[in-house]
Design a protein around this ligand. Structure first.
Ligand code: HEM
Length: 422
């Protein structure tokens, strides 16, 4: 598997990165701070060109054909938390229109009580016992496999060699998929979440994944194994089980939810540490700091900046009136930099006072895979520190930057270390 490269005529990774603002949007946080200072929630002005594109505005007649939904963005911690906590006033059903078309009906787009039932079913596959086993049997060997080729070289590009490939490898291994299917599997996953700008390719990838999973699931139903696919097939609550279509939908969600995020969050944490060698040294020497370093990385640069809700009724948030049907963009990144709760919020500081950040969201849809993501990051960093002594950014390479708007990550992390000891 290779990381995104620009040479292909069509490269789903490149296309996706471009649409997510990777390489273009440098640092949106100063602008978020200015907006937060004005209001907790701001109504967006929908431009004529966006209306025209959506078929809602006729420029020749200068006429609005259909009133678009109002769009608000929540910027402060309190506003974001209130929206996410209240799944009754703020529905997740809006995801059905775009991402639901390629994933199927998943827990992401369900409201209560349906959401609770399905989440309880799929959650059975993410037990504490499963997590402990995955750490030693799945995650650790995969991280080591990624690092092995670099050990003798004394230099590496950690995004291409480790943070990009390892989370998707983990999910594939958890599902028990054959290793040789991995590159194709990852490509479909990226095409799936690119549906917003390439509808047909997204639908095609969705159908291909369905057919692919159907074969694997049929095999697991006949011969259950000790893997996530078999657990999902057997999960049961009050006699209710997941249908095949529901399993396919969940699996299609799992890929982008688990791979695109963890790859970026572990890259962002490494970037924070590599560009602040004093904090890198402190963590390397005292691994008990690992949990707070991981949380600070997630707070400082959450990999997924915004999520979306729809107001199911008129509701007031932090004094701002939101009308039924309005779309609410929930800015997790801005909430994580709210100066009401964090001093010097734009600084990466693993020693700061901890409080709950919102990178994994909050409320009923709070990330199902957060313990897995934290464990993967912890294992990856520990192995990097153990096997790449004297790790540092390569001073001869171009200084990397975190970029992006929807998703944020550095595109490369060129490092040097003392070779041959891993
Ligand atoms: C650092 C890594 C991760 C971050 C920052 C992250 C972030 C999020 C966020 C913000 C949501 C809420 C989406 C919404 O309600 O609109 C979410 C939901 C979800 N995440 Fe994660 N995620 C990460 C890793 C993972 C992993 C590793 C998995 C599984 C393998 C996973 C599976 C899910 C699932 C299934 C949901 C839907 C939960 C629901 O709707 O009830 N995530 N994640």
């Amino acid at each position: 598997m290779t990381a995104p490269e620009a040479s292909d005529a069509y490269d789903p990774f490149e296309d996706f990165n471009r649409s997510a603002g990777i390489g273009v949007v440098d640092d949106p946080y100063p602008l978020f701070a200015l907006t937060r200072a004005q209001a907790p929630l701001v109504e967006e002005n929908i431009m004529d060109n966006v209306m025209e594109e959506a078929g809602l505005y006729d420029p020749e007649k200068d006429a609005v054909l259909m009133a678009p939904p109002r769009v608000f963005t929540a910027y402060t911690y309190d506003a974001v938390q209130q929206v996410l906590r209240d799944g009754e006033a703020f529905s997740s059903a809006g995801y059905a229109d775009v991402i639901g078309a390629v994933m199927g009906h998943t827990i992401l787009e369900m409201d209560e009580p349906e959401h609770h039932t399905y989440r309880s079913l799929v959650q059975q596959a993410f037990s504490r016992r499963a997590m402990e086993r995955w750490e030693t049997e799945v995650v650790l060997p995969i991280v080591d496999e990624c690092l092995d080729p670099a050990i003798e070289r004394g230099e590496a590009e950690l995004v291409r060699e480790l943070t990009f490939p390892f989370p998707v490898n983990v999910i594939a291994r958890l599902l028990g998929l054959p290793r040789e299917d991995l590159p194709q599997f990852h490509r479909w996953a990226v095409e799936l979440i690119s549906v917003g700008f390439d509808w047909d390719r997204g639908l095609q990838a969705s159908a291909s994944l369905r057919d692919y999973f159907a074969g694997v699931l049929a095999e697991r139903r006949a011969n259950p194994a000790d893997d996530l696919m078999s657990t999902l097939a057997a999960a049961e609550i009050d006699g209710q089980r997941l249908t095949d279509e529901e399993i396919f939908a969940f699996l299609r969600l799992l890929l982008p939810a688990g791979a695109e995020t963890t790859y970026r969050s572990s890259s962002n944490l490494l970037y924070g540490l590599l560009t602040r060698p004093d904090q890198l040294d402190a963590l390397r020497r005292d691994r008990s700091l690992m949990p707070q370093a991981i949380e600070e990385g997630l707070r400082w640069e959450p990999p997924l900046l915004t999520i979306v809700r729809t107001a199911s009724r008129d509701v007031v948030v932090e004094g701002v009136e939101i009308t039924a049907g309005a779309m609410v963009v929930v800015n997790l990144g801005s909430a994580n930099h709210d100066e009401k709760y964090w001093e010097r919020p734009d600084e990466f500081d693993i020693f700061r006072q901890q409080r709950q950040h919102l990178a994994f969201a909050f409320g009923p849809h709070m990330c199902l895979g957060m313990h897995l993501a934290r464990m993967e990051t912890r294992v990856a960093l520990n192995r990097i520190f153990d096997r790449l002594p004297n790790l540092r950014l390569d001073p001869g390479a171009e200084l990397p930057h975190i970029t992006g708007m929807a998703f944020r990550a550095p595109t490369a992390l060129p490092v040097l270390f003392d070779s041959g000891r891993g």
